[in-house]
Write a protein that binds this ligand. Structure first.
Ligand SMILES: *Cc1c(COP(=O)(O)O)cnc(C)c1O
Length: 400
């Protein structure tokens, strides 16, 4: 790291426990000092002191929009086109049903087998609930482009594969979908805060993403949702709720959508979680996503080189070309679950995804090159000593 390294300053903003190398920010970003202070203030001074006046005096009511605007900057979307709230699964349901309502007679929701299961479950069950003959079609990630045809209503993809880190070409696939008359939904759960995204340039119609991964919003943080500005006025939300009504405090009996993407809001936002996410997002001020990407690639390349030199039993499951990866690196190992537990016991936190993937995320805001080398050294030790054979590492917990 050089004296002008912007990540020296960002690293100091996180409250990571001593002795822990954290390579799991792709699953749950760490606590920041700012988020901790903000939640304390939201609890004591706002909730405790202001009581219900907090909605106006602490601007709670505006948080879905102000947080949305901070995220918009990170995903290449204009201010006013992103709102924060609900979970990624719920936001996907909302944009998918909105997209299907716009797609006329077409019935196919096209996705790929590398997509995160909740996305596929949402699509399968939304199609069944609508009862209009929609069907989810799942193809291999490499076969997506060829499968886009005139029956496709919506192309619904996650840009970066949660298991392997393989990255789709968002701009090219969106263009292809549009050429075939289909709408697109992009899940940015493993992209937002990990790599540069340009929703506007890609022409994406809808996008959703996660607040608790690379955006460091805390466990169960609100997710986000984007609607292309020129589509937003035509979108019919379901469910439509009072927070997405044109006049929530007029208490009308009928639903009238708010202007723009705000109509996608549904119920009362979780202010404590939203406050944590809001504060965590300020860490990105003055940080260019291109700089994050360069560092993320440098860290990932170094990790792959170190692990391949030290751990011959592991097989790289991620694309070798950094341009084809997100910000994570995965290795296959039959005893991956137990090996990861042993590594965590040795102070390096990554995670495991069935059936055999050991997953490591690289978040340059708080992970440096020396961490990557130490992590590879410890992984070598875990494997060399076959610590994964120890019984305490072999019992699967509820959450992997
Ligand atoms: C993490 C993740 C989710 C999580 O959805 P929640 O509703 O927040 O639990 C959804 N989709 C993808 C692609 C993810 O990676």
């Amino acid at each position: 790291m050089t004296a002008h390294d912007p990540f020296l300053a960002t690293r100091r903003q996180f409250a990571l426990p001593d002795g822990v190398i954290y390579l799991d920010g792709n699953s749950l970003g760490p606590l920041s000092h700012a988020a901790r202070a903000r939640v304390a203030r939201a609890v004591e001074a706002e909730w405790g002191g202001m009581l219900i006046r907090g909605w106006n005096e602490a601007n709670w009511i505006d948080l879905p929009r102000t947080v949305g605007d901070k995220i918009a900057r990170l995903v290449g979307a204009p201010a006013g086109s992103v709102v924060a709230g609900d979970s990624t699964s719920m936001n996907l349901y909302k944009v998918l049903t909105a997209a299907l309502a716009m797609a006329g007679e077409r019935t196919v929701i096209l996705s790929d087998s590398g997509n995160f299961p909740t996305d596929l479950y949402v699509a399968e069950t939304a199609a069944a609930a609508l009862g209009r003959g929609h069907a989810l079609r799942i193809v291999a990630p490499e076969a997506v482009a060829e499968a886009i045809d005139a029956r496709v209503a919506v192309l619904m993809l996650t840009e970066v594969d949660y298991r392997t880190g393989r990255r789709h070409d968002m701009a090219a696939l969106t263009r292809r979908a549009h050429d075939a008359g289909a709408l697109t939904i992009w899940d940015l759960a493993h992209s937002a805060g990990a790599l540069p995204i340009d929703l506007t340039a890609a022409g994406a119609d809808f996008a959703v993403g996660c607040g608790y991964k690379y955006l460091n919003g805390g466990p169960g943080a609100p997710a986000f949702l984007y609607v292309r500005p020129d589509l937003a006025e035509r979108v019919s939300p379901a469910p439509g709720g009072w927070m997405g009504h044109a006049a929530p405090f007029a208490f009308e009996t009928g639903y009238r959508p708010a202007a723009g993407v705000e109509r996608m809001l549904v119920g009362t936002p979780p202010i404590l979680s939203m406050s944590a996410l809001d504060a965590a997002l300020d860490i990105w001020d003055g940080i260019a996503m291109e700089t994050v990407r360069q560092r993320s690639i440098a860290l990932s390349e170094r990790f792959i080189a170190e692990v391949e030199a030290r751990c011959p039993a592991l097989a790289l499951a991620s694309p070798r070309d950094p341009a084809a990866r997100g910000s994570q690196v995965s290795f296959r190992f039959a005893e991956g679950y137990a090996a990861m537990q042993a590594l965590i016991a040795d102070g390096v936190i990554g995670d495991f995804r069935a059936p055999d993937i050991m997953r490591f995320g690289f978040a340059p805001l708080y992970v440096g090159e020396e961490d990557v080398v130490t992590a590879a050294e410890r992984l070598e030790r875990v494997l060399g000593e076959e610590r994964w054979r120890q019984p305490q590492f072999r019992t699967r917990a509820k959450v992997t």
